[in-house]
Design a protein around this ligand. Structure first.
Ligand code: FES
Length: 465
């Protein structure tokens, strides 16, 4: 809108209701991959440029906050990389020293090895100049600046079809015509791209569920900071100061969405005992989960996927930074036909840096598809479910996913994911139906929460929910 365009924002739910509202919102240009790995895979120049791109995104956020008088608790804090959050005495000192040196030599940025970092009292790399903010406050105030002068925000407006001929989308029965479309849906909608290209992109990205617990320690004793470790999957820790004490978040326990979905509750239990080990007096208050999209080579896909259609996905643990960068790139493409960062995130890049990972990541679809087809599903009667119970099985000759909420009537859905036909699994901790093949997520009542599925789980006729 600031560039003089007429902008319409269509949001499936409410602003920040999805992954933006679940992030712990570390504003950092430090990627989930270590510098050694980035340099050996992509080269020094790339490592330097992607660091600078992250810097540019954080500067843009600071500028937005200042220019728009956005009150979102933006604050500069230090970040620390350690070897292992659970065994702080067991540090790989040489790797930490090497990481700090590479950041200085290659990225020309500040990082220093410290023998004992604050509060965790173990060796680590200190990165000054990291940021945090409140994601909901930031994004909701940013969105509130859109309406007017022919621009508008429509919430609860799911885009359910694209009309290629007239270049329009349909949402809530309304047609919105456009010249250019930015698809910012975590996993991109197919839009005007042909099915083969959409499927090819799908083979290069995977959805991972990640979990967080938060708790209070009072009085305030810790330094406000971000911490993360070098394990795979890694754990992340964040300390925020509040009047009543320190609020501490521990996150991690990532696994592929839909796989081990029944163990989600265990992920929270693990995090709770781990945070209690680190801070024995903590009082746990919250837990939540989100989903991150990983790419096969660890770098996002951002850019024009076909003429007039821009996508951005695969931000891994850097959603706020790369999400902002994607918006900046989109604007450059719209105004100039290209963005200065295009080569870093090329959607059509051919070289698969991690061919082994590519093969491993893509075994899921045939495996879970076959499992769903061959597995014997017991007969169930959804009408006998007690409040809070779920069942996946055969009912009326169909594979169904049934749920009875604590209050209300049973919901009977097709258990078949509308994306490519795998059988969904119940995620008891989040009360969602998750697909093990490509990570689509559905509400307990079947609506899409996260793609690639674009349509809901079909509701069966005698569903009362
Ligand atoms: Fe692809 Fe379900 S079959 S997400």
């Amino acid at each position: 809108r600031q560039a003089g365009m007429r902008v319409i924002l269509l949001e499936r739910g409410q602003i920040s209701e999805g992954e933006t509202g679940h992030t712990t919102s570390h504003l950092t240009n430090i990627l989930d991959m270590r510098q050694k790995e980035i340099i050996s895979t992509f080269g020094e120049k790339y490592a330097q440029q992607i660091w600078a791109a992250g810097d540019a995104a954080i500067e843009q956020i600071k500028e937005n906050v200042a220019a728009g008088n956005i009150t979102c608790d933006l604050k500069e804090i230090p970040g620390y990389l350690i070897s292992n959050m659970d065994a702080t005495q067991d540090s790989d000192i040489e790797s930490l020293k090497k990481e700090a040196q590479l950041v200085k030599d290659v990225c020309h940025a500040s990082a220093d090895y410290q023998e004992s970092i604050p509060d965790l009292n173990c060796p680590g790399v200190h990165y000054p100049g990291q940021y945090k903010f409140h994601p909901y406050k930031y994004v909701s105030q940013l969105a509130s600046k859109i309406p007017g002068n022919g621009c508008a925000v429509f919430e609860k407006s799911n885009v359910d079809s694209f009309d290629e001929k007239s270049r329009a989308v349909m949402a809530n029965g309304y047609r919105v015509n456009f010249r250019y479309v930015f698809i910012a849906t975590h996993v991109p909608l197919q839009g005007f791209v042909n099915t083969a290209s959409a499927m090819l992109l799908q083979t290069k990205i995977s959805g991972y569920s990640t979990y967080a617990v938060g708790g209070w320690l009072s009085p305030k004793t810790l330094q406000e900071a971000l911490y993360w470790d070098a394990k795979d999957p890694y754990s992340y820790l964040r300390v925020d100061h509040h009047e009543k004490g320190d609020y501490i978040i521990l996150g991690g326990e990532d696994h592929k969405t839909g796989q081990n979905a029944d163990q989600s509750a265990q992920c929270y239990t693990n995090l709770e005992s781990r945070i209690q080990k680190l801070f024995p007096k903590i009082k746990i208050a919250d837990h939540w989960s989100g989903q991150v999209i990983e790419t096969v080579d660890g770098m996002p896909y951002i850019g024009e996927v076909t003429e007039g259609q821009f996508i951005a996905t695969g931000f891994s643990g850097n959603g706020i930074t790369f999400g902002t960068l994607a918006a900046m790139m989109g604007l450059e493409v719209l105004l100039n036909g290209r963005s200065r960062w295009d080569p870093l995130f090329d959607i059509h890049r051919k070289k698969l840096a991690a061919i082994d990972d590519y093969i491993v990541e893509n075994k899921d679809y045939p495996l879970y598809m076959a499992k769903g087809c061959l597995q014997h599903f017991n007969k169930i009667d959804p009408h006998t479910l007690k409040p809070g119970e779920v069942g996946v099985g055969n009912y009326g000759g169909k594979k169904v996913a049934a749920y009875r909420p604590e209050k209300g009537e049973h919901v009977i859905l097709s258990a078949i994911c509308p994306h490519m036909g795998c059988v969904v699994a119940w995620n008891g901790a989040e009360k969602t139906w998750d697909c093990p093949c490509h990570g689509s997520r559905f509400m307990s009542t079947g609506e899409v929460m996260a793609g690639p599925a674009e349509s809901p789980l079909a509701k069966l006729p005698d569903s009362k929910g």
